[in-house]
Structures are given as structure tokens and as C-alpha cells.
Design a protein around this ligand. Sequence first.
Ligand code: ADP
Length: 153
Amino acid sequence: FTGKTINSLVAQRINKIKVKDVCSFPFVLDEQVSVYDAIVSMFMEDVGTLFITKNGYLEGVVSRKDLLKATMGGMDVSKVPVMVVMTKMPNVVTINPDDPILLAAQKLVSREIDALPVVEVKTLANGEEKLRVTGRITKTTITKLFVELGETR
Ligand code: ADP
């Protein structure tokens, strides 16, 4: 095999992998939960990004730095709801279960973020489109996949 052939074999393998094949279970919190409880959840669940919902549908994401900023701002973290400090829809970058994992990795890199909620679109009775969170893709997901691919003979 030439170097070029090997590269394209690797690309072929990566391109067959879909988001739903490798995504992990999502941890979600309601938008009314306090900043304090969001911080506790981040430690308890051992995640760096929390997905925030309203009536079970995606409304935002909150990262470690969002929560650090909130605590430094001097707000009463046990009173302020997490929705005040989260990045809100429609600015949340998402991915679909059937998308290629390469697209997820490209989004993580180009948007300089650590995690993407995996979402399915639900159309409500009034025609409104909402997003149901079904999974999570993080930089760790991609790193684990990289190791697995590298170790495969
Ligand atoms: P950290 O802040 O812990 O370094 P990130 O780099 O992921 O984590 O977050 C940087 C900023 O981007 C934060 O304000 C966060 O709310 C936002 N962010 C994180 N994930 C997403 C996403 N999937 N879509 C949009 N914004 C996001």
C-alpha cells in the first residue's frame, strides 16, 4: 500500500461511522434549575457541558466557563436560574444521529466548543419545530474513536 492508499482507507472507515454509532447518553437539566445546582450536577455527572431543556426540549447549553463567569459576576448562584447564563437557541450547534461523525468533529473544531447535543426534530401540533436531545458527542468521544481506529490492526 502507498501512503495515499492508506490515507484513503482510513478516510473510508471514518466516513462509514455515524453519530448514533458512537454518541453517549445525554445529561439534561431544566432551564429553571439554579446555577448552583447546575454546578453540582456538573461534578456529580462528571461532564463539562450541560444541555438545558424546557418542557423536555433543547433550549441551551452551559459550559464550565459559563458557570465560572456566573460565580465571578457576584450573582446569587442559588437563586439565578441556569437559563440566564446559558448559550441559547438558536445559537446552539447541534448534530443529528444519522450525520457522519466527521461532521460532528468538524463542528467541534470550527466552532471551538467541547460538546454537541445529538438531536431529533419533533414537530408540535401547532407546527412549531422543537429539538429532543437523544445523545452527546464530545471531544472525548472523538479521542476514544481515534484510539480505537489507531489500535485496529
Ligand atoms: P468551556 O467554556 O468549558 O471551555 P466550551 O469551549 O465548550 O467549554 O464553551 C465555550 C462557549 O461556547 C460557552 O459560552 C458555551 O456556552 C458555548 N457552547 C458550548 N457548546 C456549545 C454548542 N454546542 N453550541 C453553541 N455554543 C456552545
